[in-house]
Write a protein of this length. Sequence first.
Length: 184
Amino acid sequence: MDSDNAAVGIVASLMALAARTAPKAKGIDVISTRIVTGDDLGRLSGVMREYGKTNTMPFFIRDSGNVAASDACLIIAARGQVVTGLNCRGCGYPTCDAMATAFGEQPGDASPFRGPNCVLRMADLGIAIGSAVKTAALHNVDNRVMYSAGVGALILGWFPDHTAAYGIPLRASGKNIFFDRASS
């Protein structure tokens, strides 16, 4: 392992820590992380490419190339079905109990994201992602938040009890591979 890859691994760990310690609604932790490296980067990239082809989503194919060229990818996932008990109606249901019931009645289908989701849990996910990318930026590691990489992680079954995930591929090189990408 060269020094750039080792440094990216350290930063990925710091990013996971930042996501872990990010504020969560009512102090209830619904966030999980996974640092993807080595052969698992290829597995993630492959499932993203296949999903893009199967569902006619060219940006998945483009993003899969970025993941394959990355040194690591941090996946951050949330258990959006965990309610807060605040009955805020942000999910579209009158009560948290109604949302939880609706979640339990959803049929299993091919969609990697599942819902409905508590809006506060999705905000927790966004705050965790923001904390992680801030950490990458502080350490000058190129990165990009990708919905597509989160979908790939869910398809691979890496977060079986989570409803949503995003990926943040990381790369240390002389040229930012996430900057002037081909349009999808």
